[in-house]
Design a protein around this ligand. Structure first.
Ligand code: PLP
Length: 405
C-alpha cells in the first residue's frame, strides 16, 4: 500500500513554536515531570485572566450565539472595531472594511491566500512571528526576510528592506509591537516603510496584536494612520491585550487606498464567506473589550505585574555571562543573544532540547523565528516572579555547564 503523504504545499512551511521540542515536553509531562514553560504567549495559563466584564458579556449572549452571523462579523463587534480604528487615527474605515476572524491567525492565512500567486514575494521581518513566514509559504509565496538590527534596538533598516524589493514583491509585513523582540517602531521608520510601499506598489500588512502592551510610557502608532494612498491591512484581537487567546477572536481592517486594492478585497470577501463566519460567542466580547475598562494598563504600569516581571526576567538573564538582551518596550517576550565566544551553538533546536531534558525549562530557539543564526532564544515573561527566577536560574546553570564543555 502506498503511504498517505502530506501535500507538497507544506514542504516549506515551518512553525517551530509548536514543534518537536514541545512534543518532547508533553511526553515528559505525561511521565510526571514538572516543566517550566517559557515558550508560548498564552496569558491565561499564567493567571492573567480575561477581564470579567468580557466573560459576562459572552455568557449573557450565549443563547443568541448559536447561529452563523455575517461572514465579516457581528454588527456590534465591527462597530466597536470601527471606533477603535478611529481612536488610532486610521482614516476612512467603514463597516465593510472590517473582518472578524478566529484569531488573527486565521486572518493572516486569509490575507496571504487572497493575495499571492506562486513565487510572489512578501517582505517579512527576521526575526518574525513565524506564522507570517509559514502563511506566505503555504499560499505559494516566498518570504523574503528583511533584517531587524539588534544593534539598533531591533529596528529594521529601510535600506535593507528596499534592497529586498524586486518585481515579484507584493507586500511588506510589519509586526509592531514586535514578537519576538519587543521592539516598538518610531513614526519616522513607519513613514520610511510607507514610502517603500508607495514607490513599489505594495500592500502593508501590519500585525499590531500587542498595541496596548507597552512599558515605560511608550506610545504606539498604527502605521495605517500615517497615509491614505497605500493599501493597508491592520490586524489586532483579543488574545493579548485582553488575555482571551482561547476565545479565538481577532480582526483585520482594510484601509488606505482601497480603490487600488478593489480586486484583492473581492478575494478577501470570497475567502471570508467560504469559512461562513468566525466563532460567534466570542464576538460578543469585542464591544465590551474595546469599550470597557482597559485593565491591561494596570499590568503594564510601573508597579504592574507584567512590567515587574519584564524587569526581573531581563535583569536575571543579562546577569548571566555572555548573555545580552535588548530590553523590550512592548509585548510579552525577551529575545536574548548568546555570545558565540561563550556558547558555540551550532544547532539551536538541539540546544533547546538539551535545556529541556537537563533542566526541564521549555524555551523556543531563535531559528524558530526565522532568525538565521543559532545564537538567540525567546522566553515569555508571563510566569510569576518565583517561576521566572527558578527557570532563569536553571538556564544559568545549564549555560554554565555548556561553557565548561
Ligand atoms: N500575531 C502575533 C505577532 C502573535 O504573537 C500572535 C500570537 O502569539 C498572533 C498573531 C496570533 O494571534 P491570535 O491568537 O489572534 O491568533
Amino acid at each position: 500500500m502506498q503511504p498517505i503523504k502530506k501535500s507538497s504545499k507544506l514542504n516549506h512551511v515551518c512553525y517551530d513554536i509548536r514543534g518537536p521540542v514541545l512534543d518532547r515536553a508533553r511526553q515528559m509531562e505525561e511521565d510526571g515531570h514538572r516543566i517550566i514553560k517559557l515558550n508560548i504567549g498564552n496569558p491565561a495559563s499564567f493567571g492573567f485572566e480575561a477581564p470579567d466584564e468580557i466573560l459576562q458579556d459572552v455568557i449573557q449572549n450565549l443563547s443568541a450565539a448559536s447561529g452563523y452571523c455575517d461572514s465579516k462579523g457581528l454588527f456590534a463587534a465591527r462597530k466597536a472595531i470601527m471606533h477603535y480604528t478611529q481612536e488610532k487615527n486610521i482614516a476612512n474605515v467603514r463597516m465593510d472594511d472590517i473582518y472578524v476572524g478566529n484569531g488573527v491567525s486565521e486572518l493572516i492565512m486569509l490575507a496571504t491566500q487572497a493575495l499571492l500567486e506562486n513565487d510572489d514575494e512578501v517582505l517579512v521581518p527576521s526575526p518574525d512571528y513565524p506564522l507570517w513566514t509559514a502563511a506566505v509559504s503555504l499560499a505559494g509565496g516566498i518570504a523574503r526576510h528583511y533584517i531587524c538590527d539588534e544593534q539598533s534596538d531591533w529596528l529594521p533598516d529601510p535600506e535593507n528592506i528596499k534592497a529586498k524589493v524586486n518585481s515579484r514583491t507584493r507586500a511588506i509585513v510589519i509586526i509592531n509591537p514586535n514578537n519576538p523582540t519587543g521592539a516598538l517602531y518610531p513614526d519616522d521608520l513607519l513613514r520610511d516603510i510607507i514610502e517603500i510601499a508607495r514607490q513599489n506598489n505594495l500592500i502593508i500588512f501590519a500585525d499590531e496584536i500587542y498595541d496596548k502592551i507597552l512599558y515605560d510610557s511608550a506610545r504606539h502608532t498604527s502605521i495605517a494612520s500615517l497615509a491614505n494612498d497605500v493599501p493597508f491591512v491592520t490586524f489586532n484581537g483579543l488574545s493579548k491585550n485582553y488575555r482571551a487567546a482561547g476565545f479565538r477572536s481577532g480582526w483585520a481592517v482594510v484601509s488606505g487606498d482601497k480603490t487600488r486594492a478593489r480586486d484583492y478585497i473581492a478575494g478577501l470577501n470570497m475567502l471570508a464567506s467560504m469559512r461562513l463566519c468566525a466563532n460567534v460567542p466570542a464576538q460578543f466580547g469585542i464591544q465590551t473589550a474595546l469599550g470597557g475598562y482597559q485593565s491591561i494598563h494596570d499590568l503594564t504600569m510601573p508597579t504592574g505585574r507584567l512590567k515587574r516581571q519584564r524587569d526581573l526576567a531581563w535583569k536575571l538573564l543579562t546577569d548571566i555571562p555572555g548573555v545580552t538582551c535588548v530590553k523590550p518596550q512592548s509585548a510579552l517576550y525577551l529575545f536574548p543573544r548568546l555570545d558565540p565566544a561563550y556558547y558555540p551553538i551550532t544547532d539551536d533546536e538541539q540546544f533547546a532540547l538539551d535545556l529541556l531534558l537537563e533542566e526541564k525549562v521549555l524555551i523556543v530557539q531563535g531559528t524558530g523565528f526565522n532568525w538565521s543564526q543559532p545564537d538567540h532564544f525567546r522566553i515569555v515573561f508571563l510566569p510569576n516572579s518565583d517561576d521566572l527566577t527558578e527557570a532563569i536560574g536553571r538556564i544559568a546553570q545549564f549555560l554554565g555547564r555548556y561553557r565548561a564543555r
